[in-house]
Design a protein. Structure first.
Length: 279
């Protein structure tokens, strides 16, 4: 998409959102970036007073999402790219999670993303163009033990975005779901939430090693991943999915091939539930 000069990005205080914001501002673009606190972006606010529009937003507050997104379009007129990025990881077996754990991650990673996109759609439709980038994970295609609610959110937002992409293509709006693998961001080494663990589930607590930097760092480079996200808007038509990370792509392909192979064994089972033609 030519001349993608104004970007709205949720969750820019750390991780991919912060890296994208830095790269875009350095390139002379305008970024409306949402944060829950300005502490981690004070330096950007000072350095880019004319092009960094920093806004306080907790995406779990639906009314605030509507207000902030609508106001951003009112202030800037045209927003070329909306990046739904805000989110965090939740680790623990299903039985280990509290009701509050479940409600919070769904409100953040699933409902929050849905509401950001829904609120932006009428504005993008009126413009007759625009891009939506949803930051998902290869965990939106591949599920691992002790990550059930995170996967529920990512599988859910991917289904939402795949449907929305079909609804809005005629309006000149493209939708891209990005599926990063493990990266050296605060998502893994700072913001991830771990449930109250139970000894009965010690067999699925291997993720604790993944969250410990002393046990080895993830292979993904956040700066390179952010750059690929930014570059994705130049591809026409919009790519529906992009996977970042060699291991993530290998695991995704393997899991999809397993799934297809299993479905292919069910031909007779599926047909056995049909009403015969003509009856």
């Amino acid at each position: 998409m030519e001349n993608a000069n104004t970007w709205l990005i949720t969750g820019v205080s750390s991780g991919f959102g912060n890296e994208m914001t830095r790269q875009l501002l350095k390139a002379g673009k305008t970024v409306i970036g949402t944060v829950r606190s300005t502490d981690k972006v004070a330096e950007l606010i000072e350095r880019y007073p004319d092009t960094f529009d920093c806004v306080i937003l907790d995406v779990t507050d639906v009314a605030a999402v509507h207000s902030v997104v609508n106001a951003a379009f009112d202030r800037h007129g045209v927003i070329d790219v909306v990046v739904s990025n805000a989110g965090y990881g939740l680790f623990g077996a299903a039985e280990e999670l509290s009701d509050a754990d479940i409600d919070k991650i769904i409100a953040t990673d699933l409902t929050g993303s849905i509401q950001v996109i829904r609120t932006a759609l009428p504005h993008l439709r009126a413009q007759g163009r625009g891009r939506i980038i949803q930051v998902s994970s290869y965990g939106g295609q591949v599920a691992f033990a002790a990550n059930s609610l995170y996967h529920a959110c990512k599988f859910g937002i991917e289904g939402f975005c795949e449907s929305v992409a079909q609804e809005v293509a005629k309006f000149g709006i493209g939708v891209t779901i990005v599926e990063p693998g493990g990266a050296r961001t605060e998502f893994r080494y700072g913001s991830a939430h771990v449930a109250d663990l139970m000894p009965e589930y010690d067999h699925v607590h291997g993720f604790l090693n993944m969250l410990d930097p002393s046990k080895g760092l993830a292979a993904g480079d956040p700066a390179k991943m952010a750059a690929r996200m930014i570059e994705s808007v130049d591809t026409e038509p919009a790519p529906l999915r992009q996977v970042y990370g060699s291991q993530a792509l290998r695991d995704t392909i393997a899991r999809l091939e397993e799934r297809v192979a299993d479905y292919r064994t069910q031909t007779e089972l599926a047909a056995s539930t049909d009403i015969p033609e003509g009856e």
